[in-house]
Ligand binder design. Structure first.
Ligand code: GLP
Length: 247
């Protein structure tokens, strides 16, 4: 695991884009695992800029981690809506190569299986992740058990409360989601975890240096052989006993 600490989220985002550029230089059809959430906004901004300056992602695949149950792609607070707002509105992307679970599928279990077939045929080269305040990755919430495959989850109260900031009415936050499982995440060739801000410092330190436990899903990343963690100084401030690199 490599931990890099930057002065600002924008500097970390620029580094994340450099990792996309590296991946795009290696694979004819790079498969990017993408995430939503406030943390990812500077990254997509920098990615859009890189594409405008010549980065060719026309053959790249984009496979998102998760989606709320009951929010259609047209809903602005859906994960699909987030991706449209921050990436696809700015960068034309072949719809056949841009994927996100369908939270309105009539058969949600079948939708989860469809997503796993997609992941099996398009193994992710570079998986981007944020981290929830409770240590979730994707929407894999802390618990006694974690699920390897794509599945339906009941969102925790912490997550519902934290994501309420994106909704006009906090009562609108869906209580269920479809998420890639921890197996799907850990099968990615390379994982990039981003976290910014003081409010993430505690959970980041526990995830990177504490025990590996289903009670903190991001701690499982300690088992992956190629993880890069990109932090700003505020999010890195509680890490002890691990080498961190600057910028
Ligand atoms: C959300 C998403 C995660 C995201 C996390 C952090 O609920 N499902 O993929 O990483 O919570 O969100 P934020 O970046 O807004 O703090």
């Amino acid at each position: 695991m490599r931990i890099r600490v930057f002065d600002t989220p924008d500097a970390a985002a620029a580094y994340a884009v450099a990792l996309v550029e590296q991946t795009a230089a290696v694979y004819a059809e790079p498969v990017l695992g993408l995430a939503t959430g406030g943390t990812m906004i500077p990254f997509y901004k920098a990615l859009v800029q890189a594409v405008r300056q010549g980065l060719d992602l026309s053959r790249a695949w984009a496979i998102n981690l998760d989606e709320y149950v009951g929010l259609g792609a047209e809903h602005p607070q859906s994960c699909a809506g987030f991706m449209r707002e921050h990436l696809y509105r700015h960068v034309p992307w072949d719809g056949a190569r841009a994927h996100i679970p369908d939270g309105c599928a009539p058969d949600l279990a079948a939708e989860c299986r469809r997503y796993d077939r997609l992941l099996a045929t398009h193994p992710v080269h570079l998986q981007f992740l944020g981290i929830g305040l409770n240590g979730h990755i994707g929407f894999n919430e802390p618990g006694d058990e974690l699920v390897a495959e794509t599945h339906l989850v009941e969102l925790s109260e912490t997550t519902i409360r934290s994501n309420a900031r994106f909704f006009r009415d906090p009562g609108e936050v869906p209580r269920r989601a479809i998420t890639m499982g921890v197996g799907g995440i850990l099968r990615a060739e390379r994982v990039v975890l981003l976290a910014f801000g003081e409010q993430k410092a505690e959970v980041v330190a526990r995830a990177l240096t504490g025990p590996i436990t289903t009670r903190l899903p991001a701690s499982l990343l300690q088992l992956h052989r190629d993880v890069t963690v990109l932090l700003d100084t505020a999010a890195a401030q509680k890490i002890r006993g691990k080498t961190v690199e600057n910028g």
